[in-house]
Design a protein around this ligand. Sequence first.
Ligand code: SAH
Length: 250
Amino acid sequence: MQMAGRIYIVGMGPGREEMMTGEALYALEQADVIIGYTVYLNLLPERFRDKELLSTPMRMEEERCRMCFTEAGKGKRVALVCSGDAGIYGMASLMYEIGREYSQTELVMIPGITAASSGAAVLGAPVNHDFCVISLSDLLTPWGKIEQRLKAAAEGDFAIVLYNPSSHKRKDYLRRACDILLAAVEEERVCGYVENIGREGTKAEVCTLRELRNREVNMFTTVFIGNSGSEIINGKLITKRGYQIERDHR
Ligand code: SAH
């Protein structure tokens, strides 16, 4: 059977419709079928609910991707939805890998607002200089590699964003990550975290790295660690660009 068509790989942003791009909304409007993990399908704006919606359970990512190519092969316009940006800890690369078998099908990436960006906006400006993004999930990455990257980020004095800081099976991973960072970073380093960005129950906290070590966060949380020059200004976590400003110049 010859596969054809086009699949939009859509980053939905953190959840709310106002945080989706116009291009993402347009792709969803055009789609005959929207495919994604159930949690994301449930976040879809009301007006897309009458489309054909298809899902597979968590951990069935390959099946979900193959479903996209099968539906496209039937001549349908397909949108695969991912939270945030589909190219940042999302399904995009797996789609391109599987897409090798379906060379007739065109893949179109639609970028979305990733949690590093939407969470940063809640906290202030925590990544306004060089920064590293590290996922603490060792489902697909050996923990040794994650440790190595944490060390390198701390030694490079990057501001750091941690995705997947916790799960049911990995309750103590944030603590382990903080212990690795504390080898190179002072205890008073300013940090913050945001839970449920762009969704009901958004919660943001700022704290020191020492305090972060003892905080319990859930899997819907993104964690920010400042660089050596970051500061709390009026309750917001700020990583400075380095401008010299004149003080009391009113
Ligand atoms: N593709 C997504 C990331 C998926 S990995 C993106 O670009 O944002 C899943 C991790 O992303 C979570 O463990 C959490 O660290 C972060 N995340 C995604 N959505 C979030 C939200 N609404 N609030 C807080 N963190 C979120």
